[in-house]
Ligand binder design. Structure first.
Ligand SMILES: *[C@@H]1O[C@H](CO)[C@@H](O)[C@H](O)[C@H]1NC(C)=O
Ligand SMILES: *[C@@H]1O[C@H](CO)[C@@H](O)[C@H](O)[C@H]1NC(C)=O
Ligand SMILES: [Zn+2]
Length: 396
């Protein structure tokens, strides 16, 4: 009886912490959602509102497309651990953007098998740490059917873990991506907004690839094609969508993530490199919409030359005077304050977050097995999971 009361108490404490956060960030979130209306360009103005579509970030850019800086976002999903960390180090090694700021990537981290000390390292190197849920779910149904409460638990508790175990500043956690890219209509975006996030990047577009769609907010109805529904039709003011602009494989099929391309070229550095360039050029020689390179590190093991080709591509684009390898949240920042030429003022400061590595053997309460997990500073009592993100001892 006491055990049960205590754990309920923990849940209450955890959920009230989330409530306090969203009251600070978005007091209007509790009002019933309004249906999104046709986007009114006069009403919807930067920095906090942008209509969906193909319009350039600023009307002044007309005729100056070639001066729009080409932003590239390299993103990885799922657990960060020793299996993939070396790839990330080698991939970004020595890459410096034309403004002399280091190249950065974005990591959508899910909890299971994550080594939080390595997340801390990526964070201190300047990469963006973002959310991919605690459990990763059991399949698409789990996410398609998810209500706001489930989504807030899955993503809000992942925030708590990243703050506690990887020492990421809460303010630096800005974005989310749904497992399997399975959004659940309004709920996904309502949860993201209530959690105080800036953007979601789970929504693919196949229709708007050439010219491609720019990031936009959900103040008004989205024109984006809905490939994996349900898509939202409520107004979620100020919350950004970073559309996943599809690539095309060698047979012409579209793919939201590179590892979802069914017919990549043969396993050869030049063939792969040329294919990446073809996809890149739709953006670079086109309207200069951000170019997304979305994948899982496991893709590098699919072919002997995949990693080398990817790295070769990054080395090449890194020589171009107007190409910047940056994070998704920096892209949103750019969209809010667009300009020609240099996209950013100065370099973002790399965060200091000293981490003393602890290797913890922890019981996973659901199954009884022991899991080893690296965290910063101090071990939790049990293996953290949904409902108990800080791994507190439920029997004490
Ligand atoms: C999303 O919210 C709008 C506005 O409240 C509502 O009309 C619509 O039915 C909602 N969609 C879903 C799938 O719940
Ligand atoms: C970048 O650094 C190089 C050498 O350190 C320097 O020559 C160049 O002017 C710098 N560029 C910018 C944009 O600061
Ligand atoms: Zn995933």
């Amino acid at each position: 009886m006491i055990d049960k009361t205590t754990s309920i108490l923990f849940l209450l404490i955890a959920s009230s912490a989330v409530l306090v956060q969203c009251e600070e960030n978005a007091t209007d979130s509790f009002l019933p959602l309004k249906k999104a209306e046709h986007c009114d360009i006069e009403q919807c103005q930067l920095p906090n509102c942008r209509c969906s579509g193909l319009r350039l970030p600023s009307t002044d850019f007309k005729g100056h497309e070639k001066e729009i800086p080409q932003l590239i976002t390299v993103t990885f999903d799922d657990a960060v651990n020793v299996v993939n960390y070396d790839y990330y180090q080698k991939l970004f090694d020595g890459l410096v953007n034309p403004d002399n700021c280091s190249a950065r990537g974005t990591f959508y981290v899910s909890h299971e098998y994550t080594d939080y000390t390595l997340v801390n390292a990526l964070y201190q190197q300047g990469h963006e740490i973002a959310l991919h849920s605690v459990t990763h779910g059991t399949g698409t149904d789990y996410w398609r059917d998810a209500d706001v409460e489930r989504l807030m638990a899955e993503f809000g508790e992942q925030i708590e873990m990243l703050v506690k175990f990887a020492k990421v500043n809460r303010k630096h956690i800005r974005g989310m991506r749904l497992p399997f890219l399975q959004i659940s209509g309004n709920n996904t975006y309502e949860a993201g907004k209530r959690l105080g996030l800036l953007y979601d990047s789970s929504w693919p577009t196949q229709r708007y690839t050439s010219p491609a769609m720019w990031p936009y907010t959900l103040d008004y109805r989205s024109r984006q094609d809905c490939q994996i529904g349900p898509c939202p039709n409520a107004a979620i003011p100020g919350f950004w969508v970073s559309p996943m602009v599809s690539w095309f494989d060698t047979a012409g099929y579209s793919c939201a993530m590179i590892d979802g391309c069914i017919y990549p070229p043969k396993d050869d550095v030049d063939a792969m490199f040329n294919w990446m360039m073809e996809n890149f050029k739709r953006h670079y020689d086109g309207n200069r919409t951000p170019f997304g390179m979305y994948l899982h590190a496991a893709w590098f093991q699919r072919g002997r030359h995949y990693f080398e080709a990817f790295r070769k591509f990054l080395l090449h684009v890194n020589t171009l005077p107007d190409v910047y390898l940056t994070t998704v949240s920096r892209v949103i920042h750019y969209m809010k304050h667009p300009n020609l030429g240099k996209p950013f003022m100065g370099c973002p400061k790399k965060p200091q977050a000293t981490c003393i590595k602890r290797n913890c053997g922890l019981r996973k309460m659901e199954t009884g097995e022991i899991r080893y997990m690296n965290v910063c500073d101090s071990c939790p009592s049990v293996y953290p999971w949904l409902g108990n993100p800080l791994g507190r001892n439920e029997y004490y």
